[in-house]
Design a protein around this ligand. Sequence first.
Ligand SMILES: Cc1ncc(COP(=O)(O)O)c(C=O)c1O
Length: 334
Amino acid sequence: MFSSRIKWDLAPNRLARLIAEKRARGEIILDLTESNPTRAGFEYPVKEILDALARPDSMLYEPASRGLMVAREAVSRYYAERGAAVDPDRIHLTASTSESYSWLFKLLTDFGQSVLIPHPSYPLFEFLAALEGVELRPFNLDYIHPSGWRIDFDSLEQAIDAGTRAIILVNPNNPTGTYLKQDELERLNLICARHSLALIVDEVFSDYAFEDDGRRVTSLVDNSEVLTFVLNGFSKVLALPQMKLGWIVTGGTSGGRSDRAARPDSGHVSFSRSAGSARSSKLAGIACRIAGSDQGSCSKELPVTGSASGGGSGQAAGGGRRMVCDTGSPADSH
Ligand SMILES: Cc1ncc(COP(=O)(O)O)c(C=O)c1O
């Protein structure tokens, strides 16, 4: 009935069954695994958020495959507040970080090719990759006391094979809370350059550091050594996962991989197949951006006929305020 990509055992596990039984018996459960911020008792600026969504211009449909400029400028200001200059041209809005992953898997891999993921890390990768026909090849993070978690570079290099297209990093990582260190980034850049790999860096928890540490790389939006995609969004930055607004910042436009990834005849992105919908023109927009072309010349070949993502919630980004909350999210002091 279903495609071979849907190959999971979806039966509830023992813990889920036990919780369901206890709930059915009316027992009081103190759920220490609750990770949904909207159920964790935070006070949200409800009126401001809902007013931003109710603005009349939210009703205007503006097909913009990379997302509305007003929202991309707001994201650019988010980085400016943190000391990084990110041109809105490098920002591509998506309907969540999860969707960003699916775009990047489509952009970078052919069916059956692989990306490397840290172990331990975010469990959803397994599902996101399976849906795109991507193989996940794990590399280890080692805990070394007292300095903390580090990338095991031997296992990372062993995990690379001929079909590997990218390395995923979560910075800071979920669940270890560890930030990437400067010396690790230098090694990663060398490895990516040697094997023509892109870096996909999930920074959804980057605002949640407990204290400063000069050895850390707090963001890779400035990484120009290799093709780099930085992911973030409302889900964690504003504790608003239901708003479904994420973004990809592209960087490192020079070098072999970026040119190959964007070339129409490369097989990685087929412009002819992409034409005809805003969803696929987003993909081509990212490809154009990393190829160094401007969106204008690309959009001549790629008429936008579908719906653009990020519209309404983009206005929330423009008019929104930063909400500070202590979620106890993974962020360590290393
Ligand atoms: C590391 C990491 N990336 C991405 C996400 C999901 O982000 P989004 O809600 O924008 O899909 C999560 C959610 O817990 C996460 O832990």
